[in-house]
Design a protein around this ligand. Structure first.
Ligand SMILES: [Zn+2]
Length: 279
């Protein structure tokens, strides 16, 4: 999402395709309010699965990038016609407008700040209702640990690719405690907790030792680290190759400060500091 609150369809439908794939293929959950029918997107995914004989065990991230692109473009084509206008009408034309030619939607700014202010509770609320819905229209066996499945459905299976990019910037030391870390003990950590941002973007990721990563867990780091991440991100932006990345293009230090501020407002107030800092 850029400053004008515009989001392109590729970004939108890649999340959509991923969540849908993980729900209906990986977890075998029916995603329609009739027990013996399939939704159109579900049919697209099942068709790809059958054609390439993909086992259910594979999450979306583990599919080849060619296949991911194929799925996203099919899902996009379908949703462009059936979903964008339907939700637009259902929400009384109030929360976004869209342009199918430019393949872009734009959020209403009042709605956007409402979502940021109440993000955590909105998230719980939608997960809860999605779980209720799925429970109603699926077999008992498939709905075990349903809330957990729903919560983790958009989680990335591995952050290795980010480690590759970040490793040349961390000088072998933990971002938080400064301790020297060996490669096999290095974790990629979400500076603003994943459960709040629900996304993996380079500017929010740092390399931490396993001790810090595990004890920080879902907590927000103390504000003293905010300036350090912002400084680190300036370094990333000074590299032309990284500046061109999609996630870096929408980054600004104000955006990160706002996110930090919003996560505090949403209840991330148990500020974490490392046990011991190496200065
Ligand atoms: Zn550490």
């Amino acid at each position: 999402m850029n400053d004008r609150l515009e989001l392109n369809y590729s970004t939108l439908f890649s999340s959509f395709a991923k969540i849908y794939w993980n729900l209906v293929i990986h977890h075998n959950l029916n995603q329609i309010n009739m027990t013996d029918k399939k939704s159109e997107v579900q049919r697209i995914l099942l068709d790809v699965q059958t054609r390439y004989q993909i086992p259910n065990t594979l999450v979306f991230d583990k599919l080849s990038s060619d296949l991911q692109v194929e799925i996203i473009s099919k899902v996009k084509r379908k949703c462009k016609l059936n979903v964008m206008g339907a939700i637009y009408g259902d929400t009384g034309y109030t929360i976004y407008d869209f342009d199918n030619g430019k393949e872009q939607l734009r959020l209403n700014s009042t709605f956007y700040s409402f979502m940021q202010r109440f993000q955590r509770v909105l998230n719980y609320f939608t997960n809860y209702h999605l779980a209720l819905f799925l429970e109603k229209f699926n077999e008992k066996g498939d709905t075990t640990n349903l809330l957990l499945k729903v919560e983790n459905v958009s989680k990335r299976s591995s952050l290795d690719q980010f480690y590759q990019v970040l490793s040349s910037f961390y000088s072998g030391k933990c971002f938080y405690c400064g301790k020297a870390i060996k490669k096999d003990n290095a974790h990629v950590d979400h500076f603003i907790p994943w459960s709040f941002v629900q996304a993996d973007q380079l500017w929010n990721l740092v390399i931490a030792c396993s001790g810090c990563n595990l004890s920080k867990s879902d907590k927000l780091a103390n504000g003293i680290f905010l300036d350090t991440v912002i400084e680190r991100n300036e370094k990333l932006l000074s590299i032309q190759e990284l500046r061109k990345r999609e996630d870096m293009q929408v980054y600004t230090s104000n955006k990160l400060k706002d996110l930090y501020h919003y996560s505090v407002e949403n209840g991330f107030t148990d500020f974490w500091v490392p046990k011991k800092m190496v200065l």
